[in-house]
Design a protein around this ligand. Structure first.
Ligand SMILES: [Zn+2]
Ligand SMILES: [Zn+2]
Length: 284
C-alpha cells in the first residue's frame, strides 16, 4: 500500500507508556514517520497531585523529557518532533498556569479538563465511559446533569482565563456522555450558553482550539463536534486537528475526516508547528 500524498500530516496530541498510551514513545514516532508526517508532538498526561491510572508522575517527567530529546536527535531530518504535555485544570493551584508547568522546558502545552469536584469536594473523572458517567452524576450530583455539566464548563472557563497553554484539548468533550445521559441535552439553551461562553473566552484569551478525532472511529464524532464548526468559523478561532492517539497505529485516525469537515464548514486553514512556531496551513 503506497502512502497517500495529502498535506496536513501533523499531530500534536498523543500519549505513550509514560502515561496511558499503549506503546513506547518511539513506536508512535515510527508510525508517524511511516504515515508521512512532517511534524509530531508528544503530550503525556501531566502529573497531578495524586495518583491516577492515566497520568504521569512528577518523578517521571525528567525521563520523559530525556526520551523526547533523544528521539528528536535520532529522527532529525525525517520528522520534526515536539515535546508537550496535556495539563489538567484541577483547581486554582494546579493548572497549566502553575509555576511548575511554566518552568518546564516544553515546546508547547495543551490545557484540558477531565476532572471536576463534586459538591462534597471529591474529585471525579468526567472523561469516562457513559455508564460510569451516569453513575457519578446520580451518586455525586443527585442526578443533576446541569450540576456536573456546569462544574465541567466552570473548570474549562477557569482553565482558559488562567492560560499558560497553547490550545485547549477536546473542548466540550462532556457532550457525548451528557447526550447519552439525556438525549438532546446539548441542544438545550442552558447547555448552549456554556459552550458559547467557553468559545468567547477562547477568542478573548487568544487560545487555539483543538478538533480532537480520538473518538471518530468508535463514536462517529469529533470534540468539538461538527455542529460547532460554524461557531469556530464565525469567531475565527484558530484550529489544531489532532488524533490524541493512545495506540501507535492510530496517529492519523479521523484526521482527514475532520479536515474535510472543517473545509466543508468554510474553515480553510489549520494551525501546525513549523520550525517551532504555530503557523496557519491551508487544508489540502
Ligand atoms: Zn484529554
Ligand atoms: Zn489526550
Amino acid at each position: 500500500m503506497g502512502k497517500e500524498v495529502t498535506g496536513n500530516r501533523t499531530n500534536f496530541h498523543s500519549h505513550s507508556l509514560f502515561c496511558d498510551g499503549k506503546a513506547p514513545l518511539e513506536e508512535f514516532v515510527k508510525s508517524a514517520v511511516e504515515a508521512g508526517f512532517t511534524a509530531y508532538g508528544v503530550s503525556s498526561h501531566a502529573p497531578l497531585p495524586f495518583k491516577t491510572s492515566w497520568n504521569m508522575e512528577q518523578s517521571e517527567v525528567p525521563a520523559y523529557l530525556r526520551e523526547a530529546d533523544r528521539l528528536k536527535e535520532a529522527y532529525r531530518g525525517r520528522i520534526a518532533l515536539y515535546t508537550g504535555l496535556e495539563i489538567d485544570y484541577l483547581n486554582e493551584a494546579w493548572n497549566p498556569a502553575s509555576d511548575y508547568f511554566r518552568q518546564l522546558p516544553l515546546d508547547y502545552r495543551i490545557g484540558s479538563v477531565h476532572l471536576v469536584y463534586t459538591p462534597e469536594g471529591e474529585v471525579v473523572d468526567t472523561d469516562t465511559g457513559a455508564e460510569n458517567f451516569r453513575k457519578l452524576t446520580d451518586s455525586h450530583f443527585g442526578g443533576s446533569l446541569e450540576a456536573v455539566v456546569g462544574a465541567y464548563f466552570d473548570a474549562s472557563l477557569r482553565l482558559v482565563e488562567r492560560g499558560g497553554f497553547d490550545f485547549i484539548g477536546h473542548p466540550n468533550k462532556i457532550a457525548f456522555n451528557a447526550e447519552t445521559y439525556r438525549p438532546g441535552v446539548t441542544r438545550e439553551l442552558w447547555y448552549k450558553a456554556h459552550v458559547g461562553r467557553l468559545f468567547e473566552a477562547l477568542k478573548e484569551n487568544r487560545i487555539m482550539v483543538e478538533v480532537n478525532t480520538k473518538s471518530y472511529l468508535t463514536r462517529g464524532c469529533f470534540f468539538p463536534d461538527e455542529s460547532l464548526f460554524g461557531c469556530l468559523k464565525e469567531l475565527e478561532l484558530p484550529v489544531v486537528v489532532n488524533s490524541d492517539a493512545h495506540r501507535s497505529e492510530l496517529v492519523n485516525a479521523g484526521r482527514q475526516e475532520a479536515l474535510q469537515a472543517l473545509k466543508k464548514n468554510g474553515i480553510r486553514s489549520v494551525m501546525e508547528l513549523e520550525a517551532g512556531r504555530w503557523v496557519a496551513k491551508e487544508i489540502s
